[in-house]
Design a protein around this ligand. Structure first.
Ligand code: SDX
Length: 448
């Protein structure tokens, strides 16, 4: 049996044999299917790319039905138990677990690039005090491309390595600076004596104490959360990084596109939306009524559902275990009881199970962040910090893939054709526009 697909076009009775490789066919092989010789030829139509592979990748493997997640072949469960975020970042980028000297050099390089250019502080001062930290981070990452102009030399291995080091090292600093800016507090500089997670907590929370000391249990929980958010194959933000990066722009600008995509409530913004949802539900008795609203499509159950996982997101299971450990240190959170009961009732409800809607990575993560004293506006920023290593690994892989070319999708054109220009006097429509010019009502800002 040949690895081909035979397609018969019933409009013409013609048959075409198309090669099957890796359970896929090449879209371009469909262009031979035509009715008339001068037709453009057949395309596929796949809004949201629900069934379209955009690349070959060896970084992350997900089995959505089985709820399996592996990075370079290592299970997420084992990496959370035995590894560290910086070691996983190395694994994602270089493909193998580092030897001791390799890890030492990697950690040294990241640790000694955590400072950002002092001009970045002046740049940050231009933002309103209540500017959303993701908007600030988005701008900050894009601005990094202007501080490191040689990053445009994307063919230079040393420049690519330095961009990976700088982005992984400086994301926590940029994130913490945006948080301190929102509180009107002085920025806290990185402390090279602290590990990656503790240093981030210190830049967020240090006040007048001479030396910040993180609770090791909280730092460990945050490091595990960083591992869980490091990469997730071709999610929306990674697809954005690859698409923007395909124009051969520098990696800072490509990753700024990833930050922008992650900002959306259907993607990385869901963790912040989950906390708002739990607060709105307010008490366990309100859950049935809330779920009725979801089933009437009045809103979505945030933190539930996934394009790939049609089973429990393995990351949600790991996070839920750590929530209990963190709350033992920081004290109970009534929202946990609501979240747990909400999950139970949803998973007992055919509306959700028939659509294979299970908790995803965002359902419980916000509870840990809140327990760490991180405000909800910072939750997506905390997602962006570790995802930077995944975005960088994917960007590097794309740049090394000879099959890749600039992303430029086609379209199905549904508009008018061949119209002649209409002079103003001949146009139809209202004689005059009544009412005042557009003025959006000034809504309460952030947190609305
Ligand atoms: C992340 O892709 C990744 O890997 C992302 C991520 C990563 O690590 O990068 O895992 C991180 O983004 C996790 C997802 C965080 N988002 C949310 O929690 C927001 C709520 N979830 C949904 O918006 C939704 O589930 C998506 C966006 C996550 C997935 O959407 P899909 O794959 O396009 O699925 P769909 O919208 O076609 O839904 C299928 C059905 C629909 O019902 P019907 O119209 O067929 O009757 O399920 C329904 C949807 O209405 N549905 C939901 C729902 N999610 C889907 N109904 C209620 N609540 C939800 N959350």
């Amino acid at each position: 049996m040949a690895d081909t697909l035979t397609i018969t076009d019933n409009r013409t009775g013609k048959s075409y044999d198309v090669d099957i490789t890796d359970e896929t066919i090449k879209g371009i092989d469909l262009r031979q299917i035509k009715v008339n010789e001068d037709d453009f030829g057949m395309m596929t139509y796949d809004p949201g790319y629900t069934n379209t592979a955009s690349c070959r990748s060896a970084i992350t493997y997900i089995d959505g039905e089985a709820g399996v997640l592996q990075h370079r072949g290592y299970s997420i469960e084992e990496l959370c138990e035995k590894s560290s975020y910086l070691e996983v970042a190395y694994l994602l980028i270089f493909g193998e677990l580092p030897t001791e000297p390799q890890l030492e050099r990697w950690v040294y390089d990241v640790t000694h690039h955590t400072f950002v250019h002092e001009d970045m502080k002046a740049f940050y001062r231009g933002f309103r005090h209540d500017a959303h930290p993701m908007g600030i981070l988005l701008a900050g990452v894009g601005a990094m491309s202007t501080f490191y102009p040689h990053a445009k030399e994307i063919g230079d291995e040393e420049e690519r390595y330095m961009a990976a080091i700088r982005l992984i090292a400086k994301m926590p600093t940029l994130a913490a600076f945006s948080y301190r800016h929102s509180l009107g507090l002085p920025y806290v500089y990185p402390d090279n004596d602290l590990d990656y997670a503790s240093n981030f907590l210190g830049m967020m929370r240090k006040m007048t104490e001479v030396k910040y000391e993180a609770d090791p249990r909280l730092a460990k929980a945050l490091d595990v959360l960083f591992i869980l958010h490091a990469d997730h194959e071709q999610n929306c933000s990674t697809a954005a990084v690859r698409a923007v990066g395909s124009s051969q722009v520098d990696p800072y600008s490509a990753i700024a596109a990833g930050v922008a995509a992650l900002y959306g409530p259907l993607h990385g913004g869901a963790n912040e939306a989950v906390l708002r949802m739990l607060r709105r539900i307010e008490k366990v008795e309100n859950i049935p009524g809330f779920l009725e609203g979801v089933k009437n499509r009045e809103e979505k159950l945030m933190g539930f559902g996934h394009r790939v996982y049609k089973n429990y997101d393995p990351r949600a299971r790991i996070i839920k275990k750590h929530v209990d450990e963190v709350l033992e240190v920081t004290g109970d959170n009534p929202l946990l009881e609501i979240a747990t009961e909400l999950e139970k009732q949803a998973l007992d409800d055919e509306y959700f199970t028939s659509r294979k809607l299970y908790p995803n990575v965002d359902f419980y993560s916000g509870l840990i962040y809140e327990a760490l004293g991180i405000p909800s506006e910072m939750f997506t920023v905390i997602f962006a910090i570790p995802r930077t290593s995944g975005w960088m690994a994917q960007w590097m892989e794309m740049n090394g893939d000879s099959e890749q070319k600039i992303a430029r999708p086609r379209q199905i054109y549904t508009g008018e054709r061949d119209r002649s220009y209409v002079e103003m006097a001949d146009r139809e429509g209202p004689e005059k526009i009544t009412g005042p010019p557009a003025r959006r009502p000034v809504k309460a800002r952030r947190g609305a």
